[in-house]
Design a protein around this ligand. Sequence first.
Ligand code: IPE
Ligand code: IPE
Ligand code: MG
Length: 269
Amino acid sequence: MAGSPFTSSTRDVPEVSGIPRHIAIIMDGNGRWARKRFMPRVAGHGRGVESVRCVIRACMERGVSHLTLFAFSSENWRRPADEVSFLMQLFMRSLQKEVDRLHENGIRFRVIGDLSRFDPALVDMIRRAEVRTAANEKLTLTIAANYGGRWDILQAVTRMLERNPDRRSGFTEEELSAELSLNYGPEPDLFIRTGGEQRVSNFLLWQLAYSELYFTDTLWPDFDENALDLAIRSYQARERRFGRTSEQLSDTESVATPRPTDRATGDHA
Ligand code: IPE
Ligand code: IPE
Ligand code: MG
C-alpha cells in the first residue's frame, strides 16, 4: 500500500556511535586557499589533490568503508573555460598516476556522474580503472564528476520507466534507490563540507536524507587527518534518531520495526 506512514527506505535501526561507514565530502575552498596566497585559483586545485590522498589514507586507517568525494558538479561547467580544462587535465593526470597505488591498497574505484561530456580518453581511463579495482574491498572510493543530485534522480526515474513500461502501480523508494548511480553502497552517515559554505550544492540529494551534516571553515587544501577526526568526533556525539524519540533509543524493544499488525491501516494512496 503506497503512502503508509511506515513506508520509508531511510535507515531503520539507528547506529548511535562508532566510525561512519560512509563519508561524503564536498571539497570546497581551493580557489580561496590559492587567492589567500596570491596564487592562481588552479594552484588550489593542485594542492587539493594532496588533501584527497591524505583523507583516503586516513579513512582506510580508521575503518571507513565508503568515501565519496565531490570533484566536479554539473554546475561547475559555468566556470571559466581554462579552469574547467585545468580540472579535467588534473583529474586525468591524477588518475593516471594513482591508479596503481589505489589498486595495491585494496581500493575499489568508482566514478558517478554524467560522463557523456567528458573526453573519451578520460572516460576510457575511468572505466578501465573501475574494472581493474572492482574486486577490492578495503575502501570504496567514489568520485562524483559532472555529478548533480537532480540529474541522478532523473536518470534513475528514466531507467525505472524504461524497465517497467507497463507498470501502473507506482514505484517504491527501494526501486528508485536501486537505480541511483551510488546503488552499490550505503547512504552517507556523515556529510562534510569544507570551505565555510553551508549548502548541499546539488550533491547526493536523495541519499543525504538522514546523513549527519558537518560544515567547517577549513579550506579543502588545509583539510588533513586531524580535521577529519574533528568531523568524526562531531558525528560520534550526535544522536541519530531516524524519527524516533530519544527515550526509545535506550529501549531496544521499541527501536525494532513495528510489526505489520501495529501499523496504521487505511488507504493513503
Ligand atoms: C572546490 O573549490 C573545487 C571545485 C569546485 C572543483 P573551489 O574552486 O570551489 O574553491 P572556492 O570555493 O572558489 O574557494
Ligand atoms: C561544489 O563546490 C562542487 C564541488 C566541490 C565539486 P562549488 O564551489 O562549485 O559550490 P557552490 O557553487 O559555491 O555552491
Ligand atoms: Mg567553491
